[in-house]
Design a protein around this ligand. Structure first.
Ligand code: PEP
Length: 250
């Protein structure tokens, strides 16, 4: 019922030539996908070069961040419509690195989510606890608070265009993946909260990705969980063979 979504977050990696080589390798291989969606999210500076290469392929284009305003005196920022114009269909919002290093709050992420949807972009809204919060038994309450804050005021119809990425911060870039059982438990809790924010049918339609050291050798087990509908992949999305294997999870 839910179409899996595999997303690559390239973070601040790659210039144009490396990015072109990677998307050419991906789009040449991923020609036979009919039961899953794929998106790559390169740095802003590559979007204009990669969009024409991905046009008509099975690989969609996304950005890693955006501002919520349409235009104005916001030096260094990128507006939703600018991403749309370049061919983006997704935008990652509230990644833990944005929260941690750039002070992004749930309130800010919420404004961005509204702006993304108003401009026809599907937001991939990231939530997840840090290690101390998990160790002290607060993981669920932290994630639920992030969901409520980031998704405030969105209608059920809008929520159907939102993707949630559960990314335990202690698992990002560390090689320490959440166990499939722990990830599933949090995904089920997230879906219950989405139902509380809208209704069960809406919650059942929303894609909830897992992120945090997803690799070729752990993706199958994670994707076998009933409430894990995809992956947000950092490091392993930078190598064509690894990302292709992840996209081709069994
Ligand atoms: C991420 O960047 O969102 C991420 C999950 O990174 P990694 O796969 O490298 O842990």
């Amino acid at each position: 019922m839910r179409r899996p979504l595999l997303a690559g977050n390239w973070k601040m990696h790659y210039g144009v030539s490396e990015g072109v080589a990677l998307v050419e390798a991906l789009s040449a291989d991923l020609t036979d996908l009919n039961d899953r969606d794929v998106v790559v999210c390169p740095p802003f500076t590559l979007l204009g070069s990669l969009a024409p290469l991905l046009d008509g392929t099975a690989v969609a284009l996304g950005a890693q961040n955006m501002h919520y305003e349409a235009k104005g005196a916001f030096t260094g920022e990128i507006a939703p419509q600018m991403l749309k114009e370049l061919g983006c269909s997704y935008v990652i919002l509230g990644h833990s690195e944005r929260r941690q290093y750039f002070g992004e709050t749930d309130e800010l992420i919420n404004r961005k989510a509204h702006a993304a949807l108003a401009n026809g972009l599907k937001p991939i809204v990231c939530v997840g606890e840090v290690k101390a919060e998990r160790d002290s038994g607060q993981a669920e309450s932290v994630v639920v608070g992030q969901l409520r804050g980031s998704l405030a005021g969105l209608s059920a119809e809008q929520l159907r265009s939102v993707v949630i990425a559960y990314e335990p911060v202690w698992a990002i870039g560390t090689g320490h993946t959440a166990t499939p059982a722990d990830a599933q438990a949090m995904h089920a809790r997230i879906r219950a909260e989405l139902a509380a924010l809208s209704d069960q049918a809406t919650a059942d339609a929303i894609i909830i990705q897992y992120g945090g050291s997803v690799k070729p050798d752990n993706v199958d087990e994670l994707m076998a969980q009933p409430d894990i509908d995809g992956a947000l992949v950092g490091g392993a999305a930078l190598k064509a063979a690894d990302f292709i294997r992840i996209v081709r999870f069994k």
